[in-house]
Design a protein around this ligand. Structure first.
Ligand code: ZN
Length: 473
């Protein structure tokens, strides 16, 4: 291995403290999890100083990006100068893949390294463009496992007590593989719940009694409601902890509370994306998961996170809303610089009662900027609709948002399943109430359709609850 690559890997590994087991019951790595913010910045600077020459040597995409911005490695001497690097966007990466199929040139590994030390390939789930793919190495595997283990430790998951079931199709998705390898590292047994139908998943869940369920929020609802239909009580299962990811459900308080009461379990979230692999870019600690506003910490010795203004791409001051951007400080394959994840949120560095000093996003992330809907000139976040719908106990868990334009005027329809216990005679009153509440939040009067329980199709992985028929024309 050549010297520059070796130096980057050594720098990263040197900061993987307590690589095989946690230091104590409270923190996996107290020297990192609870260190001062000045110390965190020193660690970031130490890593950046090696990362930038490394990336410029091995990634043509970043060489080109620096050349276009008239930057050299010497221009970025610390985190304070990171803003000089133009953010990396999905569209740039899509163009890179189109010009350099099938892998693109944004990664810092080539075919030879992939063949010698490759671990696994991951892909984005977008349906419109060619998938952006990420080939990771065994170095990355160890880093993922350790990162996620630190997050799961903060959630209170422990070997000797917990058994995890991962209810995902075993697809190239970062969340499930991240937690899978983390459980292996922690010594928490795993029941892989991929490639089985729901009846078999439920049989595994009730027979082998896992205590931790990892799923998307949508699938956790699906599974819990299916149990109820079959006359079983999710609350009587052994599940005490839900670890959800892949969609923003757990930072929507009404959704989180519904999941908690459905399962009689605590709900924690991992936040991240494929590009700055992997989760936990963000993870909820026991404080962030129990006190509103719910929200994740970020692991700042492993990622530099920023929020930027959506128009100017300039960093916003602490406490102001902005789009999430992350720089990866540990990967051999994908240490991307300033990747625009693109979720709206806000940050605080105020101390957390858990003792972790890393930045938090109180209130979590309420959707990607790409998900914003423009209806008759009014901007609507689908998650605002979710918050209202899930906040009414006369309604079921599933809903759909349909935007049409048959008459030349945008029309918003919110279709919601009635709660099992809702009598037909009460339906009109509930429709009126939902219309009023939505109007107050989204400033548009939607058409409301309350449909019988079980009518709306359940998504297994990522819920797609918005149907914009204007785009289908
Ligand atoms: Zn905390």
């Amino acid at each position: 291995m050549d010297a520059l690559r070796q130096k980057w890997l050594d720098t990263v590994i040197q900061w993987r403290l307590h690589p095989d087991a946690p230091a104590n019951d409270r923190y996996w790595a107290p020297e990192l999890d609870a260190c001062s913010r000045e110390r965190l910045k020193d660690i970031q600077n130490e890593k950046l100083a090696v990362l930038i020459p490394y990336l410029l040597a091995y990634s043509p995409f970043y060489r080109n990006k620096f050349r276009q911005a008239k930057l050299t490695a010497q221009d970025i001497r610390s985190v304070d100068e990171l803003y000089k690097i133009p953010p990396t966007t999905k569209m740039e990466m899509v163009a890179d893949v189109a010009a350099n199929p099938p892998w693109g040139t944004y990664l810092a590994i080539d075919d030879q390294i992939w063949k010698e030390r490759g671990w696994m390939v991951f892909a984005t789930s977008g349906t419109t463009a060619a998938p952006r793919v990420f080939r990771h190495t065994t170095h990355d595997m160890h880093q993922w496992a350790w990162n996620d283990a630190r997050g799961l430790w903060a959630m209170g998951i422990r070997p000797g007590r917990d058994i995890a079931m991962i209810a995902f199709g075993y697809a190239p998705h970062v969340f499930l593989w991240g937690v899978h390898y983390a459980f292996n590292l922690m010594g928490v047994p795993v029941i892989p719940g991929g490639s089985m139908d729901i009846a078999r998943r439920l049989m595994f869940l009730t027979t082998f009694r896992p205590t931790v369920l990892c799923a998307t929020p949508s699938y956790a609802f699906y599974l819990g409601n299916k149990m109820l239909e079959m006359g079983q009580q999710p609350q009587e299962s052994a599940i005490t902890t839900l670890v959800v990811g892949g969609e923003p459900g757990a930072s929507v308080p009404a959704t989180k509370q519904r999941l908690e009461s459905l399962w009689g379990a605590r709900v924690f979230e991992f936040y991240g994306c494929t590009e700055v692999a992997p989760t936990p870019g963000g993870y909820m600690c026991e404080v962030g998961a129990t006190a509103e506003p719910y929200g994740p910490h970020f692991m700042e010795d492993q990622h530099i996170v920023e929020l930027i203004d959506p128009e100017t791409f300039e960093p916003v001051p602490e406490g102001q809303r902005g789009l999430s951007v992350a720089t990866n400080l540990f990967s051999e394959a994908a240490p991307l610089l300033r990747f625009v994840i693109g979720d709206f949120g806000q940050f605080t560095t105020a101390p957390c009662a858990c003792g972790r000093t890393h930045v938090r996003a109180p209130g979590g992330f309420k959707g990607r900027a790409d998900d914003l809907l423009n209806i008759r000139g009014v901007t609507v976040f689908p998650l605002a609709i979710e918050e209202v719908v899930r906040g009414m106990d006369t309604l079921g868990d599933e809903f759909a948002v349909i935007i049409s334009n048959e008459t030349g005027l945008d029309e918003l329809t919110v279709q919601v399943e009635a709660h099992e216990a809702l009598a037909t005679s009460e339906r009109q009153g509930v429709e009126d109430e939902l219309g009023r509440r939505l109007r107050a939040v989204i400033e548009i009067r939607p058409r409301i359709e309350i449909v019988p329980p079980g009518t709306i199709p359940r998504p297994e992985f990522k819920a797609s609850r918005v149907r914009d028929q204007r785009r289908e024309l």
